[in-house]
Design a protein around this ligand. Structure first.
Ligand code: TYD
Ligand code: MG
Length: 498
């Protein structure tokens, strides 16, 4: 379908501003000076101007609560090489396929490079334009000429305005350019996406300052050495921020994952200590996530606490609870916790799985692989109910899990899922036999633990003089003996293969 003039807005709004007024044709005038501040009757404002328009990429639309909103500005952050350009090229092509003109401002890669990639991705479509420039004014002229419904600027750090004296990529350059593009977006109803690279410490390079300026901030994450990628919104003026979009990076670009749970737990090594599956709710979708823990006794006065996918503060809290409520010896132990695929889970319902993974790793005792666990852990070691228990259990049952360690008030679902209802973390430890099967799990915090010094290779023996994991039901006595170290599970992200 050849382009028939720049009749912007086919399927992507009408090019009106946020007041619902039409901007009319804007020719090549870069930033139209519309009287947006004039009052209008509230009832005359077009409410549809804020309606999201789907891109046709399901996982992206899920995170955007429906699609890009005309006139909105979205910042997509992620580490270099994670797939931002690929995602946005696919999005631009998909929007163009659906009948709206799109424009890529390629400030990093040459237009030939982008064309080659588009060919490989099957994204060479009508109505998708490209402008290879890093100059803001040239880019704005290109935008004014094409009048796209969706504009992608890749990247905001490589665009510069020569009238701003500071260097390319500096905070003032990035801010000035983003401001000009945001002004254009609002004035013309152009949905605008700014790509931003993320530094190692997780901040958007240069301008975290951009976050207040844009309507939506998306974070594109994953491990570059694995194929799983996840997209989430950390700010969204036009929708919720709870949804997560999951993709697999393959030979022909990014593909949305239709059944993420089965991929996330499919490559699991069964029967290793330190591994527990948690049914979590990300946005509206239940997801099974494997939590892995590795523990190592250390003589260091500051043992390592390393997390990937869960919050550092949550691990600190759970270790404190395990020390106080279950009397586990974590004071002189390095603790590593990760979620497989680096999936970020922030909901407290994951607490029980994280705590049990740590206890299982400490004990060197695997938890049977058909088990899932969920529940929030309180400061007193109590296991609290989590929302949507039935949906979590249904997802676990769908993927063949048959036993669930759950908060005491969880109602028994239909089907064959067997519930183990626990009121405290101690009860969960006892129910899983983690304080019986291996003596290291039943070691009481020793004086050396309290002093953060681990006696290498020394653990307690049942029947000795020390006390054991306090389960609320059972307390065993132990005394120190020398035993060989328990086998430890390997922690590492499971390679997800396409
Ligand atoms: P890219 O989108 O350029 O990342 P970013 O813009 O975030 O820097 O993606 C680069 C990586 O993605 C590169 O390592 C190659 C890989 N890739 C694929 O595996 N398959 C593909 O189809 C494409 C286009 C890229
Ligand atoms: Mg790129």
């Amino acid at each position: 379908m050849p382009a028939t003039g720049f009749d912007r807005g086919r399927g992507f709004g009408t090019g009106g501003d946020l007041h619902g007024r039409s901007s009319g044709g804007i020719g090549v005038v870069p930033v139209p000076d519309l009287p947006r501040e004039l009052p209008v009757l509230l009832s005359s404002v077009d409410p549809n101007a804020c309606e999201p328009v789907p891109t046709g990429i399901g996982e992206l639309d899920r995170v955007l609560s429906g699609g890009f909103v005309p006139g909105s500005v979205t910042l997509v952050g992620g580490e270099p090489g994670i797939g931002k350009s690929t995602l946005l090229l696919q999005a631009a092509a998909s929007v163009a396929c659906r009948g709206s003109r799109t424009l890529l401002v390629a400030a990093e890669e040459s237009v030939e490079q982008v064309r080659r990639r588009a060919e490989r991705l099957g994204a060479l479509v009508e109505d998708c334009y490209i402008a290879g420039t890093g100059d803001l004014q040239t880019a704005l002229v290109a935008v004014g000429t094409v009048q796209p419904a969706l504009l992608v600027v890749d990247s905001i750090q490589t665009i510069s305005d020569p009238t701003v004296s500071s260097q390319l990529g500096s905070i003032s350059q990035v801010r000035e350019c983003a401001q000009a593009l945001a002004h254009y977006a609002k004035a013309t109803g152009t949905a605008t996406v700014l790509v931003g690279h993320v530094t190692k410490d997780g901040a958007l390079a240069g301008p975290r300052a951009l976050e207040h300026l844009v309507d939506t901030v998306l974070s594109f994450e994953g491990d570059r050495h694995h194929s799983l990628r996840h997209l989430s919104a950390t700010k969204h003026r036009y929708g919720t921020t709870g949804e997560i979009g999951l993709f697999e990076m393959g030979e022909s670009g990014l593909t949305g994952l239709a059944d993420p749970s089965s991929l996330l737990v499919g490559d699991r090594r069964r029967g290793v200590a330190g591994s527990v599956v948690a049914p979590v709710i990300e946005g509206r979708r239940p997801l099974l996530v494997e939590v892995q823990a590795l523990t190592n006794s250390t003589r260091s006065s500051s043992p390592k606490r390393v997390v990937q996918g869960i919050l550092q503060a949550r691990l600190a809290l759970l270790l404190a609870v395990l020390t106080q409520s279950a009397e586990l010896p974590v004071g002189a132990t390095d603790v590593f916790v990760s979620t497989v695929g680096g999936i970020r889970v922030s909901e407290p319902a994951t607490d029980l799985a994280v705590a049990l993974a740590i206890v299982s790793a400490l004990a060197g005792v695997p938890i049977s692989p058909e088990t899932v666990a969920f529940g929030e852990i309180g400061l007193g070691g109590e296991v609290r109910q989590s929302p949507a228990a039935a949906r979590r259990l249904a997802e676990a049952a769908r993927l063949g899990f048959s036993r669930a360690i759950v908060p005491a008030s969880t109602p028994q679902p239909g089907g064959t899922m067997r519930l183990v209802q626990v009121a405290t973390i101690g009860e969960a430890i006892t129910a899983l036999g983690l304080n019986e099967s291996h003596p290291s799990a039943s070691r009481r915090r020793s004086d050396s633990d309290r002093a953060n010094v681990a006696p290498a290779g020394t653990i307690d023996e049942p029947g000795g003089s020390g006390s054991a994991v306090r389960s609320g039901r059972q307390v065993r006595r132990s005394r120190p003996v020398q035993v060989p170290p328990a086998p430890r599970p390997k922690v590492g992200l499971t390679v997800v293969r396409s």
